[in-house]
Design a protein. Structure first.
Length: 331
């Protein structure tokens, strides 16, 4: 497989390279791609050095798969060009997610919908992926009516500039370049992505709309508040789920324990619950604090944590690539 990693010098692109190695994807040729600023730089992969190329150079090489993590503008312009030369694009940006002609894929839930004709495949938003992986099996069993989610998101989701801002502020430097409109160290910003006319942020609307699309069910109502914290290892979410049907808590636990990609960490007596420091660099979604919402019937509370650069981005994208390869859906 000739695989291009677009945005290879970025935070997500770096994780994509690591996960391609970890999953032992049969990469025969690797094309690390970044902006012209980075062309010529060296990238290490499986013990070898590779030279970073530009998008123009990469397209000439006609990769079988290109995993894009270089922002929405780059994806909008370049994904169709790669698709035109026969490359299957797995896109981490929000550019194609809500396009009705493109599939929005969390492999454990809906990879089976993929065909050879899908040349641009959208990877969902990080916060959506970790939530929906836990929602899908519960929706199938008890029928979700409404979800109320609040997020506690890592600065790594914003990219290198945000990590730099946090580290500089922690070192006492508060007048450097800012990825956020406010200081992030020792602070909490109820603001992720841009505000919309309805008062929600774009991140909140992504969680709402993408969840319905991945579950293929517009009747699932979702409301979200997305929040940035000075945290590094992953995103956390407090999720309140109202079902049409009643549930048994032990059965919920067992369903989640048997869901591929989920690890239940729920032993409050021993202070065991999901945390970003533990989820960091792991490919799974961790759930815990499972309990009934005692304020109304058929309602569950859950705490959910994942490394947003892994299952929220790179791992999910590489799993899509792996599915395409194993099912002969590229080329
Ligand atoms: P570069 O390092 O050359 O700027 P992050 O989100 O962590 O900041 O990473 C963004 C990634 O997307 C980087 O690899 C960056 O490359 C890449 N990138 C940004 N703009 C472009 C572009 N116009 N063409 C190709 N790659 C781009």
């Amino acid at each position: 497989m000739k695989i291009a990693v677009v945005g290879a010098t970025g935070l997500v692109g770096g994780e994509v390279l690591t996960v391609l190695e970890e999953f032992d994807i049969p990469v025969t040729e690797l094309y690390p791609v970044a902006s012209a600023r980075s062309a010529g730089k060296k990238i290490a992969f499986k013990g070898k050095e590779y030279t970073v190329v530009t998008l123009e150079q990469a397209i000439e090489l006609k990769p079988d798969i290109a995993i894009f993590s270089a922002g929405g503008g780059t994806s909008l312009e370049w994904a169709p060009k790669f698709a035109e030369v026969g490359t299957t694009v797995v896109d981490n940006s929000s550019a194609w997610r809500m396009d009705p002609t493109k599939k929005l894929v969390v492999p454990e839930i809906n990879a089976k919908e993929l065909t050879k004709e899908d040349k641009i495949i959208a990877n969902p938003n990080c916060s959506t992926i970790q939530m929906v992986l836990a929602l899908a099996p519960l929706h199938e069993k008890y029928q979700i009516k409404r979800v109320v989610v609040s997020t506690y998101q890592s600065v790594t989701g914003t990219g290198k500039a945000a990590v730099d801002q946090l580290m500089e502020e922690r070192a006492g430097k508060t007048d450097g370049d800012k990825a956020y409109p406010h200081e992030i160290d020792l602070n909490v910003l109820p603001h992720i992505d841009v505000f919309q006319d309805n008062g929600y942020t774009k991140e909140e609307m992504k969680m709402i709309n993408e969840t319905k699309k991945i579950l293929s069910d517009d009747s699932v109502h979702v409301t979200a508040t997305t929040v940035r914290l000075p945290v590094m290892g992953g995103h956390s979410e407090s999720i309140n789920i109202e079902f049409a049907n009643d549930f048994d808590l032990a059965e919920v636990r067992s369903i989640l324990e048997n869901t591929p990609g989920i690890i239940v960490q729920d032993d409050p007596a021993n202070n065991v619950y999901p945390m970003p420091k533990f989820a960091h660099k792991k490919n799974e979604v961790f759930v815990g604090r499972l309990r009934r919402d005692e304020s109304q019937p058929n309602t569950l509370n859950m705490w959910n944590v994942a490394d947003n650069l892994r299952k929220g981005a790179a791992t999910n994208a590489v799993q899509i690539a792996q599915y395409l390869i194993e099912n002969n859906l590229v080329g």
